[in-house]
Design a protein around this ligand. Sequence first.
Ligand code: XMP
Length: 323
Amino acid sequence: MGIRKELKNSGDVEDFIQGEVERIREVVGEKRVICALSGGVDSSVAALLVHRAVGDQLVCVFVDHGLLRKNEGEEVRRIFESQHNIDLRHVDAKDRFFTKLKSVDNPEKKRKVIGEEFIRVFEEEAEKLGDISYLVQGTLYSDVAESGTKDSAGVKSHHNVGGLPEDMEFQLIEPLRSLLKDEVRRVGEGLGLSQEIVQRQPFPGPGLAIRIAGDVTEEKVRIVRHADSIVTQEIGDAGLPIWQAFAILLDIKSVGVTENRRTYAYPVVVRVVDSRDAMTAHWTRLPHELMERISHRITREVDGVNRVLLDITSKPPATIEWE
Ligand code: XMP
């Protein structure tokens, strides 16, 4: 797994940036690099590092797998194309992903299917672009540690690691492999990345698919995305310094009543946690008024939901995501 050197102060951050930039230049030479830019902190910081090292030899590909949060695609374009002048290709691959995910309800299978399809999409884009040798990924220390190594049992196959097919055609560049999340944020700041991205909540590579218990359909994605936008907006407006806040859609229905009519609809779970590095996490004690507002808004605004639950489990024994 490699030796982990903590980034304790801004000097360490600068040294890290300098060291990685040099290392990437040396490895890449004149070759071209493709990056899986998701707009999350990890892939954004990885892309900026590589961009600093090899400039226009880097092409970023943003794959819209149809499992993103509200407005995510447009925001990524705005920030990376206009603020950072990065060559960004936007691929709409929704239909492919939904087809592959049809009737897949096992969490690990979902992760593998998505990870594999992701790489296929990249390979196709890379082929269109011509001679590309390297793939940049924003894999972190915690992703590597949790996907099963000699010293830790596999908890789940994180998208960046376990989902990769064996016959992948690129060589990997993973400059953040020794870092924890808060260190990545500091490296991002050191690279001039906007606070909007630096402070962004972690979002898993397989996206909303692993926040939908059971099989994934466009209708369920619509529901969980809408509920998620309400959770994030309300938590954001409340100005709470939390690690992650999101919604999960369950695979059961329950009876409710709206305007004197019986409903039979899905419950949404609200998950809000504090953490430093995602290895452990505590569930966040939210003010009651805020919980009330979230519950009220979700049940009123999101079609197909008639009940809101709160996840009051820390990690361990639970994980942050449900799948
Ligand atoms: P868990 O659920 O394992 O999540 O406690 C720990 C942190 O990692 C994020 N996560 C992922 N990030 N690809 C990623 O890039 C993944 O496949 C993945 N799965 C979980 C999760 O959101 C949390 O912050």
